[in-house]
Ligand binder design. Structure first.
Ligand code: GLN
Length: 541
């Protein structure tokens, strides 16, 4: 019998429901259960693909090519699993499916309504996630906050699902905020209100996770327990932390895994999550510290590049190093500014993915600086395209080389729209998405990193290296160390006479996990540390 856990949020959004969900998943897989997860986003967009990453955070890409909410990245990293296109859905996608069915006549003349047709479709999707016979637990996280206008159909659907599978097979976890006043007093009233809102929908939460900036005292636990009907030991503290990877360990310490499995009749003793403990230990006690620059369209303060940040952290773990990030807004970077000053104390440069023309010249300037000063460089998707453009302009003498995404009239369109993209007008889910194989050339930095001839990596792009310029760029020294199996598409470009300068058309960050850091990030950070050592040795002389 599959068990169902539902995670809802109270008071405000952005308090870590995703990390809480992922952490709980980790505790359950550590008990040997098979866990599957689904994130529901109550917004109208059909998927996250065309949403602004500055406002909404990164668009995460699954191996089968779905453009999803960034929480799927958290789930994959914490659980070490690969999710798929069914692991995230929205109000838009549910309505789209129901309306398509209605147009086909599938409802045989019925009046199509929110209840039962929309709620049935929501339940069908959640059940589908648990269908695999070996899935023990499905964790469903509902985005947003209880009380949001888009919320009721989803809350009704999970309430009904709990009735259908039996209350003993379901667990409701509510993640809420305990607000701290300026005088240090903790306030539980907003949390009480959000629980009452859930109760209005007929849902009694079993477990409460209180996000808080200070320890919860007994009186606040007693108050919540009494007023909201949650037993005191089912109130878990989610104290603010800088190290999100530590959270599953904190939850385990408070008995969350035990409480959840007991409630669901899944009792199985926890073993020490030794690998995770060792990883967190490395993370918290680094032997080295270094700093790299990310030159991108968006800078700090958003989750626009969260998987990139995480993958850098993983590269750090693999090298026992703490990697600090200096955010540089690409648009603000020009060739005639004091670049030596700007990149002082920087041991590596990374240009992440992106779309449109804003900031491109700044990114290309950063690439040139990295190439000329022999600073380790990693380019991700657009960052690889910038590497190619810079090389074409400044080494292969194609003076105004560019991507046609930026300049349609360039004399050297070294990056151009893919053939299969030319007839596409719609923006949603139409890019080259998901994983594709890439064949690696021996005796290159890429081969050295992966140590295998064929890799599978995730993509999200419309443009590619223009094959008309391939041999000219190769003649000028650029190495295409990864190509598609039919050799029609360049997947990796690297500069051979440079300590470490690699750009990939794919997004390696999506596959990097704390326990299995991605080889490109691992080797990039290793070269960053070498560069740092050389730089400091030179400085000492
Ligand atoms: N805008 C570029 C393209 O579509 C790069 C995309 C990306 O960086 N994800 O090919």
């Amino acid at each position: 019998m599959t068990k169902y856990i539902f995670v809802t949020g109270g008071v405000i959004s952005g308090i870590g429901k995703g990390i809480t969900t992922a952490s709980l998943g980790r505790l359950l897989i550590n008990r040997g259960f098979n866990v599957n997860l689904v994130k529901i986003d109550p917004y109208i967009n059909v998927d996250a693909g065309v949403m602004n990453p500055f406002q909404h955070g990164e668009v995460f890409v699954t191996h089968d090519g779905a453009e999803t909410d960034l929480d799927l990245g958290n789930y994959e990293r914490f659980l070490g699993v690969d999710l798929n296109q069914h692991s995230n859905f929205t109000t838009g996608s549910v309505y789209k499916e129901v309306i398509e069915k209605e147009r086909r006549g599938d409802y045989l003349g019925q009046t199509v309504q929110l209840i039962p047709h929309i709620t049935d479709e929501i339940k069908r999707r959640i059940y589908q996630i648990g269908k695999d016979s070996d899935i023990d637990v499905v964790i469903t996280e509902i985005g947003g906050t209880i009380g949001d206008f888009e919320m009721p159909p989803f809350v009704e659907a999970i309430r009904e699902l709990a009735v259908e599978v039996g209350r003993e097979n379901t667990l409701f976890l509510h993640v809420s905020l305990i607000y701290t006043l300026a005088n240090g007093e903790s306030k539980s009233k907003p949390t009480q209100h959000s629980i009452r809102k859930l109760q209005e929908f007929g849902i009694q939460p079993d477990l409460l996770l209180c996000r808080t900036s200070q320890h919860l005292d007994d009186s606040i636990r007693r108050k919540i327990a009494l007023l909201c009907g949650i037993s005191e030991d089912f109130i878990i503290e989610g104290l603010d932390t800088k190290c999100v990877d530590e959270i599953p360990l904190n939850f385990e310490e408070q008995g969350m895994g035990h409480l959840v499995s007991k409630k669901l009749g899944l009792e199985r003793r926890a073993t020490l999550d030794a690998e995770w403990v060792a990883m967190v230990d490395k993370l918290k006690n680094p032997k080295h510290s270094t700093k790299i620059a990310i030159v991108g369209k968006y800078t700090t303060g958003s989750d626009a590049y969260i998987s990139v940040q995480e993958a850098i952290k993983h590269g750090g773990i693999a090298n026992e190093a703490e990697v600090c990030i200096e955010w540089i807004e690409a648009e603000s970077l020009t060739e005639n500014m004091d670049l030596d000053g700007l990149f002082e104390n920087i041991d590596g440069i990374l240009v992440p993915g992106g779309f449109g023309d804003r900031g491109i010249e700044g990114m290309i300037t950063a690439v040139k600086y990295a190439r000329e000063k022999r600073i380790p460089y990693l380019g991700l998707c657009l960052g690889m395209q910038c590497l190619v453009i810079e090389y074409a302009r400044n080494v292969a003498n194609m003076i105004d080389a560019n991507s046609t995404e930026v300049d349609e009239k360039t004399s050297y369109p070294v990056i151009d729209l893919m053939l299969e993209q030319r007839a596409i007008a719609d923006k949603g889910a139409t890019m080259r998405l998901g994983h594709y194989p890439c064949v690696l050339k021996e005796n290159t930095k890429s081969y050295e990193a992966f140590q295998q001839p064929i890799i599978l990596e995730r993509h999200r792009h419309r443009y590619e290296l223009n094959n008309d310029y391939r041999s000219r760029l190769e003649d000028a020294g650029l190495c295409f160390s990864g190509v598609s199996p039919d050799e029609s598409l360049v997947e990796i470009a690297e500069v051979p006479d440079h300590p470490w300068m690699v750009g990939s058309q794919f997004h390696p960050e999506f596959q990097s996990k704390p326990l299995t850091p991605h080889p490109l990030f691992r080797d990039f950070i290793a070269s960053v540390l070498c560069y740092q050592q050389e730089r400091t040795e030179l400085g000492d002389k």
